[in-house]
Design a binder for this molecule. Structure first.
Ligand code: KIV
Ligand code: ZN
Length: 514
């Protein structure tokens, strides 16, 4: 591997999914994996196969579908069963990697593992060797490396490489490191571990102190050549290093870092939106690179400077990260050709049938709304894309609500078998009444856990985006809906979550032969 190439290891499907409330179904993981492949990540950590049959199945399916396009990695503790299960999940694919981890810090040795240093080294060696029996590409992580004594860390790393590890990852598991300290740790390994040239050094930084990206970049300066990161910085607690921030820092400041990645950066915002709507984790407006305000210039002096010369206040071009702003693009009279051209400019190449459906949605929207913005078009495509394989779709609804009246909703759904279903219910306000009706129609007992609403573009007729988390049978499902009518957006979002719950119970039923 050339020394100026940094490998991007995406762990959105594993560490990212460990974030509270961010679990994804297997079809959702497959969609995210496909987007990550198109983004150009070098390694996808698809999950932790031993954790559950569902996790195993998801890793297996991601591996089967994408294992010839990019490296697919499965996580395993230093336990024989974990490694066997990881090996099984990756079996037969072209580019497998097993990621074996074991904690090394004094705190973890004493309280969690109750193991002496020698036992840790022995276990690491034994399990890296076992993993090598399944594939040639093995990564070893001394968990909590950033709080491990440097001499012991070097000893474990050297032993793991000797046993066959081809990547040594140095996790800052609890986000405790500072950039200088993390730089020194990587440098220490680079200069004291005798066989370090036989492995790639990797970073894995958590963001508890908001330093995950800074620490990852410091490690690259010290010689690390793989960064473990997630889309939108998703992950345990405060999350992991954000992929889009690391990648754009390396690209924008290539004059300083002198390295590059294989990431197709114009896809960054699209993948960010996909992960956000899949997990229900909203991206903060002022988030670097992918936040709604990332390229907004409010101050007059900035706007003036921008008009004279863009680079006065802009260090990256929005199009280089696929940023979709609030550009006024199309209206009611824009034709099919203009619409297709704009879709292509936004990165969507749709086949004739899905194109026709999205175009019809566009006509309906343009009738309701004077200005159709890029963000509206993206929402139309995403809404159609996520509607595939849904058991119920919303046909129409009527609400009656107001002060001193009982909110009532009447809803008609279309079942995938062609039946029209109609029912009504009352509730605490129009949204609640619609939700209650949807529960009656689908027969699912559901509890709304989270409800968020925001506007996705400008103006009084802007579309509202509703995100819901709905609990059915103890599991949480996310749903997203977009419409100029908030009640309709809420109904679409709720129904989307109920469809996911129905699909999940179908999977469970088929697993149990029901
Ligand atoms: O944070 C961590 O230490 C991890 C390991 C499994 C690499 O996620
Ligand atoms: Zn982690």
């Amino acid at each position: 591997m050339p020394d100026d190439k940094v490998l991007i290891f995406d762990t959105t499907l594993r560490d990212g999914e460990q974030a509270p409330g961010c679990s994804m179904t297997t079809p959702e993981k497959l969609r995210v994996a496909e987007a990550l492949v198109e983004l150009g990540v070098d390694i996808i950590e698809a999950g932790f196969p031993i954790a559950s049959p569902g996790d195993f199945d998801a890793v297996r399916q991601v591996a089967q579908q994408f294992g010839s396009k990019t490296t697919i990695c499965a996580l395993a503790r230093c336990r024989n069963d974990d490694i066997v299960r990881a090996g099984e999940a990756l079996a037969g694919i072209e580019r497998p990697r097993i990621h074996v981890f074991l904690a090394t810090s004094a705190i973890h040795r004493q309280y969690k593992l109750k193991m002496a240093k020698e036992e840790i080294v022995r276990a690491a060696v034994e399990h890296v060797r076992l993993a090598r029996q399944y594939c040639d590409n093995v990564e070893f992580s001394p968990e909590d490396a950033a709080r491990t004594e440097l001499d012991f860390l070097a000893e474990v790393v050297e032993a793991a490489i000797e046993a066959g590890a081809t990547t040594v990852n140095i996790p800052d598991t609890v986000g405790y490191a500072t950039p200088r300290q993390y730089f020194d740790a990587i440098r220490h390994l680079k200069t004291t571990v005798g066989n370090i040239d036989r492995a790639v050094i990797s970073t894995h930084c958590h963001n508890d102190l908001g330093l995950a990206v800074a620490n990852s970049l410091a490690a690259i300066e010290a010689g690390a050549r793989q960064v473990e990161c997630t889309i939108n910085g998703l992950g345990e607690r405060a999350g992991n290093a954000s992929l889009e921030e690391v990648v754009m820092a390396l690209k924008t400041r290539s004059d300083y870092y002198g390295v590059s990645t294989g990431i197709n950066t114009p896809r960054l915002c699209g993948v960010s939106r996909l992960v956000s709507s899949t997990t229900g984790m909203v991206v903060q407006r002022n988030k670097a690179i992918v936040g709604q305000n990332a390229f907004a210039h409010e101050a007059g002096i900035h706007q003036h400077g921008m008009l004279q010369e863009r680079t006065t206040y802009e260090i990256m071009r929005p199009e280089d990260v696929g940023f979709v702003g609030t550009n006024l693009v199309l209206g009611k009279h824009s034709g099919r050709h203009a619409f297709r051209t704009r879709l292509a400019e936004l990165g969507y190449e749709l086949a004739d049938e899905p194109f026709q459906k999205v175009f019809e949605d566009f006509i309906v929207l343009a009738d309701k709304k004077k200005h159709v913005y890029d963000a509206d078009i993206v929402a139309l495509v995403e809404q159609r894309g996520s509607a595939i394989n849904e058991r119920w779709t919303l046909k129409r609804f009527h609400i009656s609500a107001g002060t001193n009246t009982i909110a009532t909703a009447t809803v008609e759904l279309l079942h995938s078998d062609g039946r029209a279903l109609c029912d009504a219910a009352i509730g605490d306000g129009p949204v609640d009444a619609v939700f209650k009706t949807l529960e009656r129609l689908t027969g699912l007992e559901a509890r709304l856990e989270e409800y968020q609403v925001r506007s996705i573009s400008e103006g009084q007729d802007a579309q509202g985006e509703v995100l819901v988390d709905v609990v059915v049978n103890g599991a949480t499902y996310h749903g997203k809906g977009v419409s100029t009518d908030i009640v309709e957006a809420s109904a679409i979002a709720y129904l989307k979550a109920l469809n996911k719950a129905a699909n999940a119970s179908q999977v469970v039923e088929s697993l149990h032969g029901v």
